[in-house]
Design a protein. Structure first.
Lengths: 652, 329
């Protein structure tokens, strides 16, 4: 059987599960009080929580040390774990696997009825999951952002305090953890799930159940990590260093379990993306014809799959230390305080690139559209992403330069860390090459991409400073580091996410985002992002360590400047939400089928995207970015009876 | 003017223009930086280490400025010249637009050479500066001459230092929630909450912790070393003239991390000896109660003072042998 024959059988197999066929819906999917949706999930989660809590108490009631400590981590852990299981069971994620476990055949989830309630249900449609993710990550981001506002408010004055040091450090920790968890999924989740199948000409993800599961695990993880606050918070920052971790209260359980839960979702999501991209590409889509965004998701997916298990294991060790008194991280009893640092950063540094690569992908995807030029040095871009992904596993000890671990390995880690700026530099070569003698349209997505290059350059160059051990002595653990990674993650990834939203929301919702409000949003966000974080480089150089509630009084001017800018930066997100509500519900402007005149496959299919994406599986004819080339063949043959959407080779 | 910037086909030499702007601005910016800013860059020049760290930082900045300017000039130039309002023509396309072997190859070569130079330079700076003031763990690979000898002598209670001597002075830094204390093995192992060091002397900071991870950051000295429980993290610096400095904890260690700081001073050698001998005498009664000087300490089950591995071997700590006190069962 040839590959294309195989694909067509596969496709017919997929369409047999088409929702509009006349098979009856199972009771769990019917609209009505008994169907499974986010409300049943919540109820089940609460029931699971109570059962877990009782079970934990039952298990550990005989131990005096637990009675004496006044704190039962076993019951905390089991309560949250059972709560997560309840959440997943309540939404319906466990129906199919459990039925299979007991050999019950014939139970197959249908995609739920096609109305707005599908967004609150367990859906196997990658487009529904994509939009669910959009709302999910925005909620995450909003929570983390509010906490950031609180942090900056506390730092307005070195001596007058808004919060107690206890509350402050918990706010800082919760802000960091929520943002980092959100950032691992902010592009892979919403835009990856929605657009990867569309861009590779597939009808679905390879594993739709795993895809839906990863989203509902992601939401469960959000609730688990948020539960740290009612539990009294945790004081370790997002890095959770032991033995401080071992010494902390019940909020720490939420942190450890939250990372483990989110980690599970990340592994599943990454695995699913990688398999989809490798196996589900349309006929004719050779590796040199894969859109650059898909390359970036592939590189990210490999990191998600390979790095996250280490965090997962590290989190479980921490939970064991807290619940059953093992001593993985307790030096005095044979463990090591370095162990967590090693495990955490072995995950943590690849994770940084999990947060950078999708941003590069979006930049590479959007630049050709708004410059009407092919992507410059396409292969170098793909190689750069793979190179970054590979090298990212060999740099983690640069977080531990001053820790006394492996001091003689520092030159090596300095070398690998600096080497990674070579493949990262490829992205700049590609971006700048694409701009050369182009026809640049400054639409909002393009503005965000240009801002990404501006911000990420500062973030990248300061990264070289940090990798230099002699300079690291001064800047490690201070605001310089803090500013550096906000420049890469917020200045890079978040700007890319915004670019992606403005670029792709018309496809996802059929409505254009308002351009005028969008411009206000962009300029507010760009200007005040830089005004917030650039002073922090100076604050850090002048000696302010991270995560402090008080600081030297001569730094108040700079801190206030940064805080006020941060508040306006926070407001810019309200402008964004206003634009979202305005353009989607209040005064929607219907989007044309291909508003940016892109050649991308995702814009060639019908709008709104039909349930299984393509009437027929497209056949890819040529390279993805043949802009301004009169006479170039269409990117894809959609095989539809009516003429395919005209591909625009020029602006005319 | 037009003749200079266009080639035979009437094409504008964009790259040549940008390069000229770039070179001029880079030189101007670098010169301005070195005249007006470089001398004020932290951590200052209180010690040899700090001075070298400052120089390294400045070298990196002088290299970063052209990189930043290069990209910024390119971006601004592109937006100005190739914006679609000024540029109604068909965009440049064809094979040359998809990639250019010469451009790609030279980009890769230039970035690789730069990066390898930086790594080589950083390694050289790290080695010649004896670890650049960073924590090097219990077995420092880049120790200055005489330092390891002084360390061994300190543990055996035989370390000596007096004004004018070239001996390395070991000082122990003990982090705990939420303060630093300092022990001076050369002066009978007394413990002080003040950090005083002599001028023109190489200091070996031995950093450890009694509880969680802290980080000893003597800002103006250019020293930073994590304080890990059960680990002796050694960092070196050589002081120059007298002056004051601030010590901060730079690793999150709990609620009061933000207020874990104190001030220290580099004193003239005689003033330091005065201070040390006076404090040694004043603290003698307290010092007698302290555990013998050791690289690391385990707080005992009573939560008071420290146990230790007396001579660096793995003899387990036994409070009943040391204090004659029984452990609570």
């Amino acid at each position: 059987m040839t590959i294309s024959e195989e694909r067509s059988t596969e496709v017919s197999g997929a369409s047999s599960g088409h929702p509009h066929e006349s098979r009856g819906l199972s009771w769990t999917q019917r609209p009505g009080i008994l169907s499974q949706n986010v409300i049943t999930a919540l109820v089940f989660a609460v029931i699971g929580y109570v059962i877990g809590h009782w079970f934990g108490n039952y298990l550990s009631s005989g131990y005096t040390y637990i009675a004496n400590s006044g704190q039962n981590s076993i019951s905390n852990t089991l309560a949250l774990a059972f709560g997560v299981l309840g959440w997943l069971g309540g939404i319906g994620a466990l129906n199919y696997p459990v039925a299979k476990l007991f050999g019950v055949d014939g139970l197959e989830e249908e995609s739920p009825v096609d109305n707005w309630t599908k967004y609150f249900r367990y859906s196997l449609d990658h487009k529904v999951v994509g939009l669910q993710y959009v709302v999910g990550v925005l909620l995450f981001m909003f929570t983390g952002g509010l906490l950031a506002m609180a942090v900056r408010a506390e730092l307005l004055n070195p001596t007058t305090h808004l919060f107690s040091p206890d509350t402050y450090i918990k706010i800082v920790s919760e802000h960091g953890t929520i943002m980092m968890m959100m950032a691992t999924s902010i592009i892979v989740g919403p835009l990856g799930n929605y657009f990867v199948p569309l861009m590779i000409g597939a009808r679905r993800m390879a594993f739709p159940r795993i895809e839906a599961l990863s989203f509902w695990i992601f939401t469960a993880g959000y609730m688990v990590i948020f539960s740290a606050l009612p539990y009294g918070g945790f004081p370790t920052g997002w890095t959770g260093y032991a033995p401080l971790q071992t010494q902390s209260g019940p909020g720490m359980v939420s942190y450890l379990l939250g990372f483990a839960v989110i980690g599970l979702g990340m592994i599943l999501a990454g695995f699913n993306q990688a398999v989809t991209i490798i196996n589900y590409r349309a006929p004719g889509m050779t590796w040199s014809r894969v859109p650059i965004f898909v390359w970036s998701i592939l590189a990210t997916a490999s990191l998600l799959t390979l790095a996250t298990p280490v965090l997962f294991a590290g989190g479980l060790f921490g939970l064991l230390d807290k619940t059953v008194q093992t001593t993985f991280y307790v030096t005095e009893h044979g463990g090591s305080s370095y162990l967590w640092q090693n495990l955490f950063w072995f995950f943590g540094h690849p994770e940084v690139y999990i947060m950078a690569l999708p941003g590069f992908g979006i930049a590479g995807e959007i630049l050709p559209v708004f410059t009407r030029r092919p992507l410059f040095a396409y292969k170098v871009a793909a190689a750069g992403m793979i190179g970054v992904a590979l090298l990212s596993f060999f740099v983690w000890q640069h977080h531990l330069f001053q820790s006394g671990i492996n001091p003689d390995m520092r030159p090596l880690f300095m070398l690998t860390t600096e080497l990674i700026s070579i493949p990262t530099g490829f992205i700049f070569l590609v971006g700048m090459g694409t701009l050369y003698r182009a026809k640049i349209r400054l639409e909002i997505p393009m503005l965000f991409v240009l801002a990404l290059f501006f911000n990420f350059l500062i973030g990248g160059v300061t990264g070289v400073f940090l990798s230099d051990v002699p300079v690291n002595v001064t800047v490690h653990g201070g605001f310089f580091v803090l500013s550096h990674f906000h420049y890469t993650i917020m200045g890079g990834l978040l700007f890319a996410f915004m670019a992606g939203l403005y670029y792709w929301l018309p496809k996802m919702t059929g409505k254009m985002m308002n351009k005028k409000i969008g411009k206000i949003h962009f300029w507010m966000m760009f200007v005040f992002f830089n005004l917030t974080f650039f002073p922090m480089f100076i604050i850090g150089l002048l000696g302010q360590p991270r995560r402090v509630f008080t600081y030297a009084s001569n730094l108040q001017g700079l801190n206030d400047f940064s805080s006020v800018s941060a508040f306006i930066l926070g407001l810019s997100f309200l402008v964004f939400f206003y634009n979202l509500v305005w353009s989607m519900w209040i005064k929607p402007e219907i989007a044309p089928p291909n508003p940016w005149e892109s050649l991308g496959l995702e814009w060639q299919t019908a709008s709104p995207v039909p349930a299984y994406n393509f009437e027929r599986i497209p056949v890819i004819m040529t390279d993805p970015y043949r802009y301004s080339e009169p006479g170039a063949p269409d990117y894809a043959d959609l095989g539809t009876s009516e003429p395919s959407a005209p591909s625009k080779h020029s602006l005319a | 003017m037009t003749n200079q910037t266009t080639n035979s086909t009437g094409q504008v030499h964009h790259i040549r223009r940008m390069t000229v702007i770039w070179i001029i601005l880079s030189i101007v910016a670098d010169v301005l930086y070195s005249i007006f800013v470089a001398a004020h860059i932290p951590p200052g020049r209180l010690t040899e280490t700090a001075a070298k760290d400052q120089t390294d930082f400045n070298i990196l900045i002088e290299m970063a400025i052209p990189v930043l300017l290069g990209v910024w000039i390119y971006l601004s130039y592109s937006l100005y010249v190739w914006g679609d309002k000024r540029n109604p023509n068909e965009a440049f396309s064809g094979d040359a637009a998809r990639g250019n072997t010469k451009v790609q190859a030279s980009w890769i070569v230039i970035t690789t050479v730069t990066v390898l130079f930086l790594a080589g330079f950083g390694t050289w700076a790290l080695v010649v500066d004896h670890g650049s003031g960073g924590g090097q763990g219990p077995n420092p690979a880049f120790a200055p001459a005489g330092a390891l000898k002084a360390e061994t002598a300190a543990l055996l209670g035989r370390a000596t230092w007096s004004p004018g001597s070239t001996n390395v002075l070991p000082v122990q830094v003990i982090g705990q929630q939420w303060k630093f204390t300092y022990r001076y093995p050369t002066f009978g192992g007394f413990e002080s909450s003040q950090l005083m060091v002599p001028a023109n002397t190489t200091i070996a900071f031995n950093v450890t912790s009694l509880d969680v991870i802290h980080s000893f950051w003597a800002y103006q000295l250019g020293v930073k070393a994590d304080a890990n429980p059960q680990v002796n993290d050694v960092a070196f610096t050589t002081t120059k003239d007298p002056g004051t400095f601030i010590v901060r904890c730079s690793e999150l260690c709990g609620i009061w991390h933000g207020s874990m700081y104190n001030n220290g001073a580099v004193l003239s050698q005689t003033a330091f000896e005065n201070w040390a001998t006076t404090t040694e005498a004043a603290n003698a009664a307290n010092t007698a109660l302290l555990p013998a000087f050791a690289w690391t300490y385990v707080p005992d089950a009573n939560g008071a003072s420290g146990g230790y591995y007396p001579d660096g071997t793995l003899t387990p700590y036994s409070p009943s042998e040391v204090y004659g006190a029984k452990q609570p069962s």
